[in-house]
Design a protein around this ligand. Structure first.
Ligand code: GLC
Length: 428
């Protein structure tokens, strides 16, 4: 990769790579059928059949200030909310369509309220914008891989002026990056088959995006997702990789071995959009450990909430975020501004590191002294992060043969925090 593109990306993504933890918000008409955001495609629902949700949509309890407070308590430093998902419904007041939240019973610009609420809590704001649009008449339908009407014979001979759709979505992106103040992340979703790159007129789009919001960071889905790992980037390859429902086994590097900023996007249950029936929620322990794993591999975690049709974040989700927040309150220092350690992953958990501060994330207490492999005479001081109490560094008689290692004397057979006990090592 040319040096300046790499350096520009490093500079642009610094705040993102320090923030480490964000909130994804997937919300829209699909919260009413409550079977996730792909319902139209999965059940081949026509626009006419889906219209009842537009007519019904009236989220009386939508209060993004509550979302923002919850995100802050959880320790999240940025958020990304769907401005338009694949169904084409716009949660903002666009002059290019009538298919928008300000034309529903609620008559509200939901995105305007979102950006103001989150900025009010000092949380950076991002917008998710779907490249797919199953409502727009000029988006290909019959034979498309995902469109709800892909097998509907009535659409077989419909003509689509795709150029019209491209102009439409470019105009909407311009609205979003002009009318809503400083936007920190643009999260496009998603390229597939020949629907990628210049099919979206991505170079032209990215020039506009960068002209309007020069600091903004953009995900890698305007292009084939894999291209962000190539040596040569295009103007639309993006600033960060976006592994979905997976944490990359070894983090993300490009063909030249350069670290690539990345953000794992993960749901709390198994759906991005609200599902009334999906009660398979992850535990707060799983979320904390997923976040630690991301950071230990130089990555971010964006965790999704899917508000219901009334605009409420499901209690199962908010309960998990509150518990994660309780851990973050005392241990956030081992997440923010941290990255992979130079030391090999220990058997008892993971390391995160911030310069001379090495954070031990202890999941498995084991027995006796805790081994710090290859850290003999490298640690000046050790403390339990939660309360700052000193943890003794020892070279006990039973470990005398392990001359390259140091050992922590945890004194108790149980871990102080079963979710993740963090010990801060001040390296010499
Ligand atoms: C996939 C899904 C989409 C979701 C996105 C989040 O692209 O199709 O519904 O918004 O993942 O990363």
């Amino acid at each position: 990769m040319e040096n300046n593109i790499y350096l520009e990306r490093e500079e642009r993504t610094l705040w993102f790579r320090e923030a480490r933890f964000g909130m994804f918000i997937h919300w829209g008409l699909y919260a009413i059928p409550a079977l996730g955001e792909w319902i139209r495609s999965q059940k081949n629902i026509t626009i006419e059949e889906y219209e009842k949700y537009f007519n019904e949509f009236n989220p009386k309890n939508y209060n993004p200030k509550e979302y923002a407070k919850l995100a802050k308590r959880a320790g999240m430093k940025y958020a990304v909310m769907t401005a338009k998902h694949h169904d084409g419904f716009c949660l903002f007041d666009s002059k290019y369509t009538t298919y928008k939240s300000t034309n529903t019973k609620c008559k509200r610009d939901l995105i305007k309220e979102y950006v103001e609420a989150f900025r009010g809590e000092g949380i950076k704001v991002g917008l998710y914008y779907s490249l797919l649009d199953w409502h727009h008449e000029d988006y290909p339908a019959y034979g498309d891989r995902h469109h709800p009407m892909r097998n509907n014979e009535e659409f077989k001979y419909k003509t689509h002026k795709f150029e019209n759709y491209v102009n439409y979505f470019h105009n909407q992106v311009r609205e979003l990056l002009t009318n809503y103040g400083k936007i920190d992340i643009m999260w496009f979703d998603f390229s597939y088959d020949d629907m990628t790159g210049e099919r979206w007129q991505a170079t032209k789009l990215m020039k506009m995006v960068r002209d309007l919001q020069p600091h903004i960071i953009v995900d890698n889905r305007l292009d084939d997702k894999k291209n962000i790992k190539k040596a040569n980037l295009s103007p639309y390859t993006g600033d960060f990789d976006s592994p979905e429902q997976i944490i990359p086994p070894k983090g993300v590097v490009d063909e030249n071995g350069n670290k690539v900023p990345w953000e794992a996007c993960i749901t709390l249950n198994n759906n991005w959009g609200y599902s009334a029936f999906d009660k398979d929620f992850k535990s707060s322990k799983q979320i904390v450990r997923a976040l630690v794993e991301c950071v230990s591999k130089n990555g971010n975690l964006i965790l999704n909430v899917g508000p219901d049709a009334n605009g409420e974040i499901p209690k199962e989700s908010s309960d998990i975020l509150e518990e994660v927040g309780n851990w973050m309150k005392y241990n956030g220092e081992s997440i923010y501004k941290c990255q992979a350690s130079m030391y090999e992953k220990p058997e008892w958990g993971r390391y995160t590191q911030n310069e001379k501060n090495l954070y031990c994330h202890i999941y498995d207490r084991g027995i006796g002294y805790l081994n710090l492999n290859n850290l003999r005479d490298k640690v000046e001081f050790a403390t339990l992060l939660k309360d700052g109490s000193e943890i003794e560094i020892d070279f006990p008689w039973m470990a005398e043969e392990f001359v390259k290692d140091a050992f922590l004397n945890l004194k108790t057979s149980k871990l102080p925090d079963e979710i993740d006990t963090v010990i801060k090592l001040k390296l010499i």
